[in-house]
Design a protein around this ligand. Sequence first.
Ligand SMILES: Cc1ncc(COP(=O)(O)O)c(C=O)c1O
Length: 394
Amino acid sequence: MAQIIWYPGHDVLLKDVVRAEDCYLYDSNGKRYVDLESGVWCTSIGHGHPRILKALSEQAAEITHNGFIYSSPVVEGAAREFLALLGFDGGNLVFLCSGSEAVEYGVRVTRMITERPLLMTMADSYFGAYGSAWRRDESEWFSFDWIPCTACPDDRSCNNACKHRAAIPFDRIGGFLFEPGSSSGLVRFPPVKLIRSIVAEVHGAGGLVQVNEVTTGIARTGRWFGYQHYDISPDIASLGKGVGNGYPISVTAFAPGVIDRLGGREIMYAQSHQNDPLGAAVAREVIRVIGEDGLIARAGEIGEVLIRGLEAIKTRTRRIREVRGRGLLVAIEMEDGPEETLTKKTLPDMLDRGFVLAHRSGYGILRVDPPLTIAQRDIEAFLKTFEEVLTAIS
Ligand SMILES: Cc1ncc(COP(=O)(O)O)c(C=O)c1O
């Protein structure tokens, strides 16, 4: 273990996972765990999905990797399918390898197009492991704290009669990078009227709206994309995680006309695996499976069972402060203090009983983000076990 560098703030609780199938992980003793975190939202349609294994092996047997000077039909075809899914027919797209890249690429293009110095985002958003969106320098970014808006007395409009909104320097903002719901794993959803008013302002000034769908996209929230809960029209969409079902592939897509605004200037982003056929074949198969197997509606339906069950447990046990979620993107904020005593006890107890939950450390939050294929009986078994564990903790 010592030779591997792990991400800080998380203990490696399962040390010998040797196999995975659909929503289950198995350790070397054959013990089975229900995977309720999908490896940080990645295995959207379940581990080892037969259609993805087939797409992987068939494409690998044909061609895995493209150089910069040739393309292949699978890349071109997958791009067209993604653009159609996003309503960006006639637009442009690049396949990359991680969510961080998908976000950064869009930010880079926005900065090339806008003549204004700042991009706006929400203060609690997460965009990736590196780059401008990770650094968030104040000279380049305006970060808006939207939490005060949750106490807004006006439930219809959002305008500059509000001092908090009036402080947004729209005259210096050329783009809005919006993460519709994950909030750095806290699972919080900014108000619709606020988002619609920011988008209208940015678009009105000729700016660009980029949605970061790395976590919320590909049906997780019960719609194809998280931004669809806001009835807005983005110019750029960044997809990652679930789009590869565990294979490292991501997408940055541009609405028609956006790339034209570069006026022929080149996007200097060289990366050895951009637009590789293997990733494109996987991503194309993932969206086909989601569409053909009705997994969008399913995420909404199973999510409702889960959220309703957790609300009932909250009432009965008084150990949950809040349940938040859309579809199968769900957070349980525990009735916990800064030491997270309850959360840190619950996590290994659930693991002992065969359920893998995600932990958002520092906030007393447990997350339930299973593959969209999870059986309702597994959700019901989780709810039963979760209540038993919470009740047993003294
Ligand atoms: C909302 C959001 N955006 C971007 C990223 C970065 O994606 P990746 O870790 O694949 O680079 C993450 C990763 O957790 C994320 O949650």
